[in-house]
Design a protein around this ligand. Sequence first.
Ligand code: NAP
Length: 525
Amino acid sequence: MTTYLTVPISAKNAAEADEQVRRAMAGGAEMLELRTDYLENLTVDLAQRVWVQARTLAGGGVPLIVTCRDRREGGAIDYPESLRIDVLTAAIEAGSEFVDVEFANFVHPDFRRRIEAALTRSPGSRLILSTHDFRGPFDHLRGRYREVLQVCPLAVPKLVYMASHINDCFEAFDLLHEADGDCIVLCMGQAGSISRVLAKRLGGLVTFASLDEAAGTAPGQVTLGTFKQLYHHDSIDRETELFGVIADPVGHSLSPAIHNACLADRGINGVYLPLLVQGGRDELFAFLDHVLARPWLDFKGFSVTIPHKHSALDYVREKGGFIEPLAEQIGAANTLVVDPGATSDERRIAAYNTDYAGSLDAITAGMGITREDFRGMPVAVVGAGGVSRALVAGLTDAGAKVTIYNRTVERAEKLATDFGCAWSGLEGLSHLDARLVVNCTSIGMHPKVGASPVPADSLRSDMAVFDTVYNPAETLLLRQAKAVGAQTIDGIAMFVNQALAQFRLFTTQSANPTLMRNVVLANRH
Ligand code: NAP
């Protein structure tokens, strides 16, 4: 089954259409949809001219869909029904491979008679019968699908609805999975955008890509460039394994860029998605339940970040899955690995925390030591938030003597008590006695790059200084540390190392650290 990566041409006039078709073809479009309802002063002649022009530019190998969308189903300009039918029948007779007609209109006898008469004269054209719900999921998605096929068994049903949450997408996946003929099922909105990427994985006939962010014809469309360069859409097939980052918000995450580049680099047939899971524990639990209930989706693993790291651990605990002991002590999981199991009862998710492992790996590589060398090492950790907790767990587990410094002293005391460390307010940083200093606060992060959490005159040449801030890579703290001759380790090293550890857990293979670092540097906002 082919899935066509289709670009809607939403031009106001023939010149604009010419320009859009050229860009779509240059970007690798596999099909074009001529949205004639966007053309100003639409006539059958104008639509024909745009059609001939698109056919000439695209060549015979790129099929065309002609659509003249009714305003009530998302059309751009409110043209009379008689004109819309004339445009569609002319497109059929000109040899358009597909015409898209609203199912709600097709059930009207006169509309139907004229479209069917044109299709009889031009049997090479196929009918797409589309139905949209811009408010939310259909009441009965499968029922609507069957209804379309009952009315016209040869048509391609197209069902498109607004997903208000990522969990609304699973019904669309089920229908694509079960359907044995051509069909198109897509979810609109940011929460639905994964349905556009997964259409090819699940065998939908068409998925739509916008030319750029501004040119989308439906909310949540993914750009052609993103399909090709980020998701490697050309390589997706029915066997592609799925990975993703669970977060809210997720748009800023660098993980899809990093992991997709490394999957392609290692020749692994996988795609890594941004998974916007809005809400809290209940919504996360429902999402993971949906995943476990559908082994055919073949989700292999997830990165987890704000705000779901704690709930992810709770989910795995409740389901009796494996929890890495340090993830349990930290109280947060940033990595979930799906064990498919032989039966549905055995299907489980395992929880890990690669933040601590990534940090320790970054430090040992930067200092040229092994984890055994942490034993007895005096370490100053600045900050007492989530990242500090992961680092303190890892460092104390390796035997380091940690002192925690924090603005809010009570938080330092609480963390120190949990892991048997010393603690202090930030004023303690003016007389530091540490071999390793770690900044786990946001001080020094873009845009406030002129700040450092540690007084410059506390830094010495026999120290190593690790800053978890990764934007900028070289913070004021690291510049000042370098100036006194101390060893420095930047936050990108931690970011890359935690992603390397995740990649190993997901795929049992090693990713290329230089590629990862370059992708982080190229994509940092
Ligand atoms: P968090 O839980 O919100 O903790 C923030 C910490 O920073 C707290 O200790 C807080 O002190 C302190 N802090 C914030 N602003 C401060 C200020 N103006 N003066 C003094 N202390 C201040 O955040 P987190 O998740 O631990 O993340 C901390 C940092 O880690 C991030 O900002 C980021 O730069 C870095 N990070 C790096 C990576 C990586 O891969 N390299 C990944 C994630 C995060 P109080 O307790 O007094 O509020």
